[in-house]
Design a protein around this ligand. Sequence first.
Ligand code: COA
Length: 251
Amino acid sequence: MSVVLLERPAANVALVKINRPEKRNALNAEVRTELARVFGELASSDVRAVVLTGDERAFAAGADLGEQADRDVVGAMQTPASRPVWDFPRPVIAAVNGYALGGGCELAMQCDFIIASDTARFAQPEVNLGIVPGGGGTQQLPRLVGRSNALYLLLTGTRIDAERAHQLGLVAEVVAEDATPRALELAGQIAALPPLTTRAIKAAVRGGLDAPLPVGLDIERRNYETMFGTKDLREGITAFFEKRAASFTGE
Ligand code: COA
């Protein structure tokens, strides 16, 4: 069976599952290659929202340490940085049950937001192994939780539960038991919205976040203007005045 499973549980929604349970979904080269392949496939599909998850014990327990143990500097340099989840242009929700450690936490942070089970545990424990996080942890974490909280987590490797992660702003919502049904519910909600608009909102936030404010406001303005060329915007406003549910086609 593949180490990454793709399901289509509802119209325009995809569920991507990391499937290496015997290794707590540790991210080896095969998982990374499959994730890139699946997200590449989804990019040219009708999918409007994606949920990324693992199993009940682990979202992902980090980079595969067996592979890290054999790596030298040249090997590290020859391993290309591939970010298929971060680069995916449509909304992606992480549904985290169990461990999201190291590269697993980094993978969850590449999603647009995280829904966590109360069983979820987050950490960047790389420092304990002499490793500097290499999947975006030193950059994503401070942007989500602030410099002090990020350095606390990165320099101590402290494991935090879902509630603490929620307080820090790493997690958007905590649910009892399985995070996947709630993430799928939200994905369904997003998939029913105008897809060009959800994509443009994501692009505006991403483009503006690290730019000076005037540049970010310009990025937003371009996205705002562009939507007036879409049928879906007309449909949304018309449906409002006709007091009916809008039906969006993605045009
Ligand atoms: N890389 C490779 N294998 C891993 C792994 C990783 N990151 N995380 C877990 N595994 C493997 C274990 O070696 C074990 O394999 P085995 O059955 O062949 O011995 C299997 O997954 C189950 O792990 P185990 O430790 O027995 O499960 P657990 O439920 O008691 O603990 C964790 C789970 C995630 C807390 C623990 O495995 C762990 O701390 N993993 C490493 C986390 C880490 O440091 N990640 C950052 C990497 S940079």
